[in-house]
Design a protein around this ligand. Structure first.
Ligand SMILES: [Zn+2]
Length: 353
């Protein structure tokens, strides 16, 4: 019996996540504006893209391209591509289920197949295609909630319980403020709750992103009134059965205090971190709902099992803990941290199909 070895792609983390092969390199989700010949941006959250986009080839989805152009201070000279190939290696994207436009990167070369998840979710939230794991040789996976105990409740159940709470408040003429990131969580909130009222009102930061998405008919955007407009038109005073969508902030925030004092609103916080028992009190909100745009611990394990890779590199959040948990389950898993430069030079030939 022969053991067959072959040269694989190398995965590095120095200041950026970089994947190299003999003839190419690609940098993933670099937040600095340095030039690299090829960059992949998985989604448009500010911890994944720089303010100034370097003038180079960029693989990203068309929605992320639109959002990047909206947020960036400059993108002159950048050429946006939805897929790319070079010397027999292909770079393609697939939905990662995290936020609107988010994608994972799949690199297929004669040396093997690598999947970089970016931020990822496999839950079906009804308006985003969830990530579907696929067999690969190397997996680079986010680990925001990569520690046992980070388990989110059933999505449909928590949505239906929260709908009931909101419905009761609106029936009693008590307006509600639903808080989550304007890009990502907010689209989920619009999709799940906006049919409960005719008065969907948005804080300016939500309104701007929603208008942009609505202008392209992107799922998760809805017709809405801006908060400023609602104040000017006296809409908030006239009727009390409105929903206001706003960025996630503490109940002690000036805007939230104003909303509570003037309109008696109830504050709902939506975040994965709501599973921590004291989050509601720390944030001084009326309800904290544990819903995330990320996979929870079991879902991250499920992605790894279904991908069945020879090697896993964990990034972000609890990456050290998650790599240790994967090792316990028999995977070759390594945390990528800023202090580490890891290379996977030689691996036993895979048996993947
Ligand atoms: Zn993100």
């Amino acid at each position: 019996m022969f053991l067959v070895y072959r040269y694989y792609m190398k995965v590095y983390l120095t200041n950026v996540i970089r994947v190299d092969e003999k003839d190419w390199k690609i940098v993933c989700d670099s937040t600095n504006s340095r030039f690299y010949p090829l960059i992949f941006y998985s989604h448009a959250h500010s911890d994944h893209i720089p303010r100034k986009i370097p003038p180079t080839k960029i693989v990203t989805s068309s929605i992320t391209e639109m959002l990047i152009k909206h947020f960036a201070s400059s993108f002159e000279g950048a050429s946006f591509l939805q897929k790319y190939s070079l010397d027999g290696t292909s770079f393609v994207q697939k939905p990662s289920g995290h936020i609107v436009g988010s994608t994972a990167l799949i690199i297929n070369s004669s040396e093997g197949k690598l999947v970089y998840t970016g931020d990822v979710s496999i839950r079906d939230k009804g308006f985003l295609e969830p990530f579907k794991p696929e067999i690969c040789d190397t997996l680079i996976i986010e680990s925001t909630f990569g520690s046992p105990g980070y388990e989110f409740p059933n999505y449909d159940q928590i949505i239906s319980e929260t709908r009931e709470k909101i419905r009761k408040y609106l029936e009693d003429n008590t307006p509600v403020v639903l808080m989550g990131y304007p890009l990502g969580k907010a689209q989920m909130l619009y999709h799940a709750f906006s049919d409960l009222t005719d008065l969907n009102i948005m804080h300016e930061s939500n309104f701007k992103i929603n208008s942009l998405l609505l202008s392209r008919n992107i799922r998760g955007s809805i017709p809405a009134i801006s908060y400023q407009n609602a104040e000017e038109e006296n809409i908030l005073e006239e009727k009390k059965n409105w929903i206001l969508y706003a960025p996630l902030r503490s109940g002690r925030n000036e805007f939230n205090m104003h909303m509570r004092n003037k309109y008696g609103t109830k504050l709902f916080a939506f975040s994965g971190w709501c599973i921590s028992s004291n989050y509601k009190f720390r944030m001084d909100v009326d309800h904290s709902i544990p819903i995330s745009d990320h996979a929870d611990f079991s879902e991250l394990i499920e992605i790894c099992e279904k991908s069945n890779p020879d090697n896993i590199y964990t990034i972000y959040g609890h990456n050290i803990k998650f790599a240790a948990e994967l090792q316990k389950r028999g995977f070759n898993a390594y945390p990528l941290s800023k202090q580490t430069i890891l290379e996977s030079f030689f691996h036993k030939s895979g048996t993947k199909n």
